[in-house]
Design a protein around this ligand. Structure first.
Ligand SMILES: [Zn+2]
Length: 334
């Protein structure tokens, strides 16, 4: 298949090879630990799914770190070198990655390049969006939708690294159980808000899947693309809504300049309707690696806590299925 044949080992090497064979059979982790599959992901939300499913069998490099806006991202020379070394590449798709998506297409000729969101979510479940987007790419904001990417990642990894297929299967199943619990926890937490308080005002249009899944009306100053500047008219329209509805808190995003949200806050104050900034939400990038906000579960937990507390509700108690995650990050008393 690879165009070369294995030479028969000389007599001198046969005992060594036999020992390796025994070691690999008895301790499969031994052989795999030495050469994990090299995977590259674009955004942290995708990279975390690959890491959760891949475990020790896969080494994941994520191109976009905390605070990076994928809509505006351009691949660097360093990214191209990382992509050259990749054995498999995962990205979200639906044009989330902007120009980088075109670069990834080129790499698809020489290795598997998987658009997890495009493969996982049937078109009927996607939200429409304004041009140049055909659909809204922020699928990870609905945990039940994003959970579908776990199977896509599992199957892609198993095909490339069949020796780890069983491990991928087990890890994917365990992760999906956690995500199902996370989905219910968000439902329960948002349900603590009185109906008239379920209005989420953010900087850009990243939260429509969240709003649809968990029952919040979503209003953003900027559209999906962050490429165009928001105008005064956009700021005035959002301020009108905040004042008329008495919205108690509005939210900045980690990957977006906070000035538009701050302008709404100042304008609302001038009109006698003080509104607080309910914290920074992670919309298109995870938090820092090595912190709980640097995980996909943590992203949704952080956002939900900020939204629910900012709007005057109370987050639900931790579900049992997230006990290990909560303990691992020391969040029992959060
Ligand atoms: Zn976005």
């Amino acid at each position: 298949m690879n165009g070369f044949q294995l030479a028969r080992p000389g007599r001198r090497w046969r005992p060594v090879i036999a020992l390796i064979a025994i070691a690999v059979t008895c301790f499969p982790g031994l052989a795999l630990a030495s050469a994990p599959l090299q995977a590259v992901a674009t955004v942290g939300m995708v990279g975390d799914v690959v890491a959760q499913v891949g475990g020790q069998c896969v080494e994941v490099t994520t191109l976009m770190g905390p605070g990076v806006d994928p809509h505006l991202y351009r691949a660097s020379a360093g990214d191209l070198r990382v992509l050259q070394r990749a054995e498999v590449v995962f990205y979200a798709g639906h044009s989330l990655e902007g120009r980088l998506g075109e670069v990834l297409d080129r790499f698809g000729a020489t290795r598997p390049v998987v658009a997890v969101s495009e493969e996982a979510v049937p078109p009927s479940l996607l939200l429409e969006a304004e041009a140049p987007y055909a659909v809204d790419p922020h699928v990870w904001m609905d945990v039940s939708l994003w959970t579908r990417t776990v199977d896509v990642v599992r199957d892609a990894l198993a095909e490339i690294q069949p020796a780890c297929a069983q491990e991928f299967e087990l890890r994917a199943a365990a992760y999906k159980e956690q995500l199902a619990a996370l989905d219910r926890w968000i439902q329960d937490s948002v349900a603590s808000l009185p109906r008239e308080r379920r209005v989420l005002v953010t900087a850009h249009d990243a939260f429509h899947y969240y709003g649809r899944a968990y029952g919040l009306e979503v209003v953003a100053i900027q559209g999906i693309s962050t490429e165009d500047e928001a105008g005064l008219a956009d700021i005035r329209a959002v301020t009108d809504l905040v004042v008329q509805r008495g919205v108690p808190a509005i939210f900045v995003e980690s990957s977006i300049n906070p000035r538009n949200i701050e302008a709404v806050q100042a304008a609302a104050k001038d009109r006698g309707s003080p509104v607080s900034i309910g914290g920074e939400l992670f919309s298109d990038a995870l938090g820092h690696a090595g912190t709980w906000q640097g995980t996909y579960i943590g992203m949704l937990v952080h956002n939900t806590r900020a939204i629910v507390e900012g709007l005057g509700g109370k987050p639900a108690p931790w579900p049992l299925e997230l006990a290990d995650w909560v303990k691992a990050w020391g969040l029992e008393d959060l």
